[in-house]
Design a protein around this ligand. Structure first.
Ligand code: XMP
Length: 305
């Protein structure tokens, strides 16, 4: 990107022109892309922007509260839909089917809420790698906001469509957004569901949410990975106290990357890894084993499904 300030004024101008006098809805996830979009659009059209945050029940610990605090001054619609999503995911084990169920449910929720204010324009935080990966058919549903809507919008506005992630972060900085958003790791639209192998159940979500919280709190500040998280691989045998148990196997993944298209595992000192592993098994009694993922992308993807 040649000039960040120039990009910002042009994007604001373009959003204003595209929206005209209409209302604009968007799905706000709280990640850097949608947050930057929301700030640009709020500057362009003020209250005519209606950001909708859907709590899918697959979000990280504290995420919904964080959004409420961060966007306190923007008129934000919060939709609690956890039961709806977990209900729809019952019995679904295939990774692509899971993504489809979540994507479709998301769109249904979004449409339901978006109809209420009578908006005619849709704002999306699609960035360049999202377009490349979904055009290449690598994932059937890469960006939740990118699913086909059954609603008629006169316009779809994508101000970040030509930017890479690091450029979006630059824009966030130039907009004076909190460092916390600026350096926020990417978090996938389908949320914790792509970090659970097989069926998504409330129990598995609760376990991985807690493990992910620990992994992030141990790794983000200390190692500044491009992305890190915990994933739930399945059940394995373990010993707790005097008993053999069938406990959850948690994988920790921490990678460096430029844009998520390729990635390298982070070199974390072994002592640190064993300490974090012990912390996870002691704080989450149903976890019996923790492994560290040493695979690059390719051949592995960053997420597990
Ligand atoms: P993968 O797993 O494909 O991930 O190596 C590359 C980057 O994309 C994120 N990701 C997604 N983001 N919807 C999203 O919005 C998805 O379905 C999705 N799948 C992966 C992933 O977290 C990583 O940053």
């Amino acid at each position: 990107m040649v000039n960040t300030q120039k990009f910002i004024s042009q994007a604001i101008e373009d959003i204003r022109t595209a929206a005209g006098n209409e209302k604009v809805v968007m799905a706000l996830s709280g990640g850097v892309d949608s947050s930057v979009c929301a700030v640009l659009a709020a500057r362009a059209i003020g209250d005519r922007l209606i950001p909708i945050y859907i709590d899918t029940g697959l979000m990280r610990k504290g995420e919904t509260e964080r959004i409420k605090t961060l966007f306190g001054d923007i008129h934000l619609l919060i939709v609690e839909a956890g039961d709806e999503f977990l209900g729809a995911l019952k019995g679904v084990t295939d990774p692509e089917a899971k993504r489809k169920v979540i994507g479709e449910r998301f769109i249904r929720c979004f449409e339901r809420e978006a109809r209420k204010p009578g908006a005619t324009c849709l704002l999306q935080g699609t960035i360049y790698p999202d377009r490349i990966e979904s055009e290449g058919g690598i994932k059937s549903h890469h960006n939740v906001g990118g699913m086909p809507l059954h609603m008629e919008f006169t316009k779809v506005i994508e101000p970040l469509r030509d930017l890479y992630k690091d450029e979006v972060r630059e824009v966030a900085g130039a907009l004076g957004m909190p460092k916390e958003i600026q350096h926020r790791m990417p978090f996938p639209g389908p949320g914790l569901a792509v970090r659970i192998i097989g069926e998504v159940t409330p129990e598995k979500v609760a376990v991985i949410r807690e493990a992910n919280w620990i992994a992030e709190s141990e790794l983000v500040e200390q190692y500044h990975p491009w992305q890190c998280f915990a994933a739930l691989l399945g059940l394995g045998t373990g010993v707790k106290g005097d008993n053999r148990i069938h406990g959850w196997i948690v994988a920790i993944r921490a990678v460096n990357s430029r844009d998520g298209m390729t990635a390298d595992p982070l070199n974390i000192p072994f002592d640190e890894l064993t300490r974090i592993g012990s912390r996870i098994t002691s704080e989450i009694p149903s976890v019996s084993r923790v492994v560290y993922d040493i695979t690059a992308k390719p051949p592995a993807t960053i997420e597990y499904e």
